[in-house]
Design a protein around this ligand. Sequence first.
Ligand code: 0PR
Length: 381
Amino acid sequence: MRERGLSAAQLAQQQAQLLGQDRPWSRVFNSICTQPHPLALEAAMQTLHTNLGDVRIFAGTAQMAQQVTQRLGALMQGPHSRGLLVSGGTEANLLALHVARLRRPDITQGEVIAGETVHFSLRKACTLLGLRLRTAALDERLRLRAAAVQALITPQTLAIVGTAGSSEFGAVDALDELSALALQQGLHLHVDAATGGFIIPFARALGHALPPCDFSLEGVSSITLDPHKYGLSIIPSGALLLRDDSLPAGLQQDSFFARTPTHHSLLGTRSGAAAAATLAVLDGLGFEGYVAQTRANYARTAYLVQGLRAHGYALMLAPELNIVCVALPQAEALAQALEQRGWIISVSTRYQHALRLVVQRHVDEAMIDAFLHDLHALAPP
Ligand code: 0PR
């Protein structure tokens, strides 16, 4: 630590110097997150000092959190659902499997079945909880189907995880089939909608042929939603929604002190800024605002796809959400060359023949044109 503190001007300079090394959004093609909506940023700045770990002091902030869980429950068609606000998709997925395990004490060596593209946060969760993750093969559109799950069910199966928008491809598992199977087998179906939860309800309203990713599917027991992705809130904003209001007893942890609240999630002391930001953007945009945002994201996704095709590139698969995978040999070497020109792009370590392009709010037509220009210069098809 410094012996003497810096002045405010020196601190600002130090911060600006380091922030200047971050990449501008105008070159970011890999991120499911984006610049938060101005409404979210403003609300967060007003509430950064709050602590949802002490709702006697921050009673108003606690109400904001409650209102967020109500709105998210309604969005997910769960009038009796219970919501827990958490730091993001990783924590929500961990808690979901924790809940599934608490509800089945009869299963001692629990197994979780998911598709091959299940997010690595569920691998972390299984490791932490001592569960075995069994991955099932996907169909030709990289979606998990019920038949592949059925073949892996054993007496130790604790849960099925369906992904509503895989991180790598934006592929949406056959959630309707998985729901029917979970009901029939009496298994917990967790839907990881971290990527697609703030796309699918609005895309369906626009007429896109996607399955619902919500509690209208009767076999769905829990859902991960991530307001800090397409929800346009600030990081860290995640949510776990449970179909019923009743929580397993083992999830509850009393604190040391009388009249302080019982904890249900992992974190204790935590800022209320995420809840305030999420409430602001949910209420500021409303369903219509998210539909408009989703329409714009699909329009720019179509613009990108059209541009790629016009330049002679082929897609790895038709995009269901706002993630486009371009089939290219040596995609990783190309991504590196593009990075030297400032572009941040992902290539899956497993599917190495595709450049993955995420169309978020910050990806506009000028950015797409500039990218296509550089792509064509480096790797003409
Ligand atoms: N489940 C799915 C389907 C996800 O896509 C993600 C994150 C998670 C769970 C975990 O969520 P948290 O990261 O909120 O805990 N998927 C992104 C990814 O792995 C995360 C990300 C976001 C990475 C922005 C980079 C980035 O710039 O691609």
